[in-house]
Ligand binder design. Structure first.
Ligand SMILES: *Cc1c(COP(=O)(O)O)cnc(C)c1O
Length: 227
């Protein structure tokens, strides 16, 4: 039997333990419950158990769930975003984790201009240079950030990474450590550059030890996804 609130209690306890090892507390770490493919009922259950932040990777699904659930919770977009979808997410998204190219940033800037708003974003880094993953390479990061600095409505709040899938909870530690170095390097890049989003169900403890302050947890909250 899968019990979402039990899962969440368990995760929070593990987050707290790992945080303490790096002299932080669980309150310094935002848990984004990744609700992709999960129904609204389960999201509400997770919210009742204390989750405030939810991550979606498809705009259509996000819009539908947001309509059902509303804005009592914070919505994060964590997956690749097409330019023609930007206008649908601007008013409802707390943080876009997956800014990976200039053309997307420019579209965000343009749409924000129209709506007189702005968007908080993380730059996605393809830290293991996987051909199947999006994100900028670390050697291109400085240039990319520079090109974003002229876009007034695109507010860069930090970095995000999805290292390779690994069965070993510590298998991605070197990538997490590398992300931490990049994060420290660019910390003064912009106001509120303060988030390092990394770590998923299988490896969030290692990510926290290396400095993650946002973790994205799907399976460990909601159980295995069926698709
Ligand atoms: C699906 C997904 C997650 C959550 O993965 P789990 O292993 O289920 O915790 C985290 N981040 C991104 C970008 C995802 O697409």
């Amino acid at each position: 039997m899968m019990d979402i609130s039990e899962n969440i209690r368990n995760i929070i306890e593990r987050v707290d333990k790992s945080a303490k090892k790096s002299k932080r507390s669980k309150d310094d770490i935002t848990i984004v419950a990744v609700s992709k493919t999960v129904n609204a009922e389960s999201v509400v259950q997770a919210a009742k158990a204390g989750m405030k932040d939810f991550g979606e990777n498809r705009v259509q699904e996000f819009l539908k769930k947001r309509e059902e659930i509303g804005d009592e919770v914070n919505w994060h977009i964590i997956g690749p975003l097409q330019r023609n979808k930007v206008k649908f997410i601007l008013d409802g998204v707390t943080l876009l984790h997956s800014l990976d190219r200039l053309s997307l940033a420019e579209e965000i800037e343009k749409q924000c201009e129209k709506l007189r708003t702005n968007l908080d974003v993380l730059v996605q880094v393809n830290i293991a240079k996987e051909p199947t993953k999006s994100g900028v390479f670390e050697e291109d990061l400085e240039k990319f950030l520079e090109s974003l600095s002229v876009l007034r409505n695109v507010r860069v709040k930090g970095l995000m990474a999805i290292p390779p899938y690994s069965l070993d909870p510590d298998g991605n530690r070197k990538y997490f450590a590398r992300m931490r170095v990049l994060y420290d390097t660019f910390k003064n890049f912009s106001d509120g550059f303060e988030y390092l989003s990394m770590g998923m169900s299988g490896d969030f403890e290692a990510a926290i030890k290396e400095g993650a302050n946002i973790i994205r947890i799907g399976t460990a909250v909601f159980g295995a996804r069926s698709y």
